[in-house]
Design a binder for this molecule. Structure first.
Ligand code: SF4
Length: 410
């Protein structure tokens, strides 16, 4: 049974670091959401045959799904309920951002069975929020948490970010401590990524160049102002370096473990039994359906991605065509699936399940990856424990380079 992801590609406005696909509602034509919902309904009718027994979990992400107004949110929930069978006990998550969360929206979600909420807090520091162009304040995040608890959400994830412009250890610790004071069942911690093409990336580039720039101060300031806006906004010159980011991450890991959370995936922490089941499905190599513009699906080792542009997505569906993007369906080779299983599985604290690997691929991973396993096992980097192969958490900071070794090995 696959899991179901629905992409809602709308935000009130774009954050300065965001490279995800989403439309700023401030700049979008008024009918764009109804065009989206029309397309989504046709895609659901088309795809429901891929989940004849129903779906194992639901995740409505974005974007900012809570940016939809009440009636659109109700329409979206109604579409899902009419087209996909979902056990009431199944995990059903919605993502949302502070400043867009009202009691009436939360009541709609509860009524339709949403039982987990993921809130994009990022930081409880207003200066840092505005340095990365988030549209909300810290107080709005606190209010959203209060509303979520008051409307009965007892499975709550808070997203936090470290490595923000001019963030120091003290402000990061204050954010983590405040987050812990709300006893969220789950926390996701991400380092800020400077993605090319984003406003933050251009500002940082100017800042970085300036460190060795010989031009006089007035010129520098003009250059910065033309790329970053008023000089007081230029927090981008002081992005925490890699060492400080690593310290922030390590401190948080220790603090959250001390508070009773398990670091069950590199960036994810949960109280016992509150691991995100939907995401665990991705990391364990289970099938998934991803609907909506930009949605990605993978069924029986065939993967495809939907086109991102909302109107093209809708008009293709309306004309009876597939909404896939130009790369079309990609049949994954056995080798690619095995490498993916290793890369995703070793990010999990539990590791890769040996029996499942053998059942799914018909080979023992100890035979397939003998050389690389020998090399790292001897160095105590990879550990066999029961029916699992795990990455020693001491080496999680070099995980990417180790995991890359599994690509193209077979
Ligand atoms: S709220 Fe999330 S998806 Fe929307 S612009 Fe900000 S980072 Fe991107």
């Amino acid at each position: 049974m696959p899991s179901l992801y629905i992409h809602v590609p709308f935000c009130i406005r774009k954050c300065d670091y965001c490279a995800f696909y989403s439309h700023s509602l401030v700049n979008s034509p008024k009918d764009l959401i109804s065009v989206y919902l029309e397309g989504l309904e046709v895609e659901m009718v088309k795809r429901q045959k891929d989940a004849p027994q129903g779906v194992s979990s639901l995740f409505i992400g974005g974007g900012t799904p809570t940016a939809l107004k009440d009636s659109d949110l109700e329409c979206l929930m109604d579409l899902i309920q009419r087209h996909f069978r979902l056990d009431p006990e199944a995990e059903q998550t919605m993502e949302g951002n502070p400043g867009t969360i009202t009691t009436s929206k939360l009541n709609i979600l509860r009524r339709y069975g949403i039982n987990r909420f993921s809130l994009g807090v990022q930081t409880f520091d207003d200066k840092l929020l505005s340095a990365v162009g988030r549209m909300h304040t810290a107080q709005e995040a606190r209010d959203a948490i209060g509303r979520l608890r008051a409307t009965g959400f007892n499975n709550l994830n808070l997203d936090l970010m470290f490595g923000l412009p001019s963030q120091d250890m003290g402000t990061w610790q204050a954010t983590v401590e405040e987050a812990l004071s709300y006893s969220p069942e789950h926390l996701s911690l991400y380092g800020l990524m400077l993605e090319e093409g984003t406003p933050l990336h251009s500002r940082y580039k100017v800042g970085a160049i300036d460190e060795t720039d010989e031009t006089d101060e007035v010129d520098k300031e003009q250059k910065l102002e033309s790329r970053c806006g008023p000089a007081e906004n230029v927090g981008c010159e002081t992005l925490p370096d890699d060492d400080l980011q690593a310290e922030m991450h390590d401190w948080a890991v220790k603090r959250l473990k001390q508070a009773g959370y398990t670091n069950y995936e590199t960036s994810n922490f949960a109280l016992p039994d509150y691991e995100c089941r939907h995401n665990l499905g991705y990391w364990r190599g289970e099938d998934y359906l991803g609907l909506g513009p930009g949605g990605v699906s993978c069924l029986n080792r065939v993967r495809w991605k939907n086109i991102e542009e909302v109107r093209t997505y809708q008009s293709r569906l309306d004309n009876g065509q597939d909404p896939m993007d130009e790369s079309g369906q990609e049949a994954l080779s056995l080798q690619e699936c095995m490498a993916e299983r290793m890369i995703l599985g070793l990010r999990l604290e539990e590791g890769v399940n040996l029996t499942l690997f053998r059942n799914d691929f018909g080979v023992d991973l100890r035979d397939i990856y003998r050389d690389v396993l020998e090399r790292y096992k001897n160095k105590d980097v990879l550990i066999f424990q029961g029916d699992y192969l795990r990455l020693n958490p001491k080496y999680s900071f070099v995980a990417n380079s180790i995991l890359q070794e599994f690509v193209g090995l077979v």
